[in-house]
Design a protein around this ligand. Sequence first.
Ligand code: NDP
Length: 433
Amino acid sequence: VRRNPAEPEFHQAVQEVLASLVPVVEAKPEYIKEGVMDCLVEPERIIKFRVPWEDDQGNIHVNRGFRVQFNSAIGPYKGGLRFHPSVYEGIIKFLGFEQVFKNSLTGLPIGGGKGGSDFDPKGKSDAEVMRFCQSFMTELFKYIGPDTDVPAGDIGVGGREIGYLFGQYKRLRNEFTGVLTGKGLSYGGSLARTEATGYGLCYFTDNMLKAAGRSFEGATVVISGSGNVAIYACEKATALGAKVVAMSDSNGFIHDPNGIDLALVKQIKEVERKRIREYVTVHPEAEYHEGCSGVWQIPCDIALPCATQNELDLESAKALIKNGCFAVAEGANMPCTPEAVEAIQGAGLLFAPAKAANAGGVATSALEMSQNSMRMSWSFEEVDSHLKKIMTDLYHNASNAAAQYGKPGDLVAGANIAGFLKVADAMLAYGLV
Ligand code: NDP
């Protein structure tokens, strides 16, 4: 806390991981003696820069940009860029730290990093977003590359932003390489990347449910958020036989007991970039409520928090438990507070932690990197089948690690341990670096 003051999200993430690793370091004290644990919580590099840009009225604004290159022990840094007013160094460090373990869990050769800016794309014109992205990349391009650091999207950074960022990188470097993932299909993107995090979340959850004798079939599902992860989680959960009855954005939530009309949500959020409340103008039989945390009061069997960190607190967890929910799977990064996780696990619900359950996005990004290196494109089915296998293997690795270290069924511990071991062993092999 003294070395990283005023970064509560980073402390929260580190504490959760280190608590799970106690049995691992007891079994192999070299991890402490050889400096692995100390290095693990210290980013290899933090890049922080100003991003000046001009709005449509000619006013100048200055935002702050970040890239935290956290750990490259098992591959080039990999992780998204987040554009949201809440972004500061502590948020990026928490996300970068989590990314190290998540990326390791995918089984693919990718290190961990994260970046972003406190820029708010909401309400900005396309031209303003383009000028911001070009300015952001004009500094960032010095530090990234297809074998060094490969950023992707996250909150506030979707296909439009990646296009502007990639275009500027290409112009500055005069080269066409897979330096970003989440690209458009016409310039090196991978089929199924858009769907990957939400689909992957459902594949992981499906494995967890089946191991407990449950399934999505006939289940009622509540999803928070209505962005990239939430939309494709809704699509796959529905395809697996569930009924999704609620979604939200940062203003409020919709409750449609007949099942969410996903085509309409896509139109509102992906095409028109409007608010989720518009849903009830087409479906007046559904309800809209202001405020997003109320979404967890809706009775459901499975809860998929897919919006942002710490959005599901103890009170929400208690409501889910009381209403008979049997599984919570994190689509967003760290959406459940530690108190909520404790209550959920304590009440015997199935719980899938983000770093395992939402790893499908970065895994498919790594598949995009492979396709770019090979200068080939795989079919949707091919990428989707890799994704399904990766999420199934990931579930079993986390589950087996939990059992091996005396915590059967605890996927939080299992994911932390399985993610840690590969990175830590690589770090040990390098000596002190
Ligand atoms: P999007 O920007 O596409 O969507 C985010 C959604 O969450 C929007 O509905 C947004 O509402 C809502 N939201 C954002 N901030 C808040 C807040 N403070 N309170 C309530 N709701 C909020 O982002 P993604 O779907 O890409 O990301 C969602 C989460 O998933 C993040 O935690 C991200 O780190 C994580 N993630 C994403 C991956 C990906 O591949 N995209 C991969 C792995 C993790 P509004 O429209 O009002 O802003």
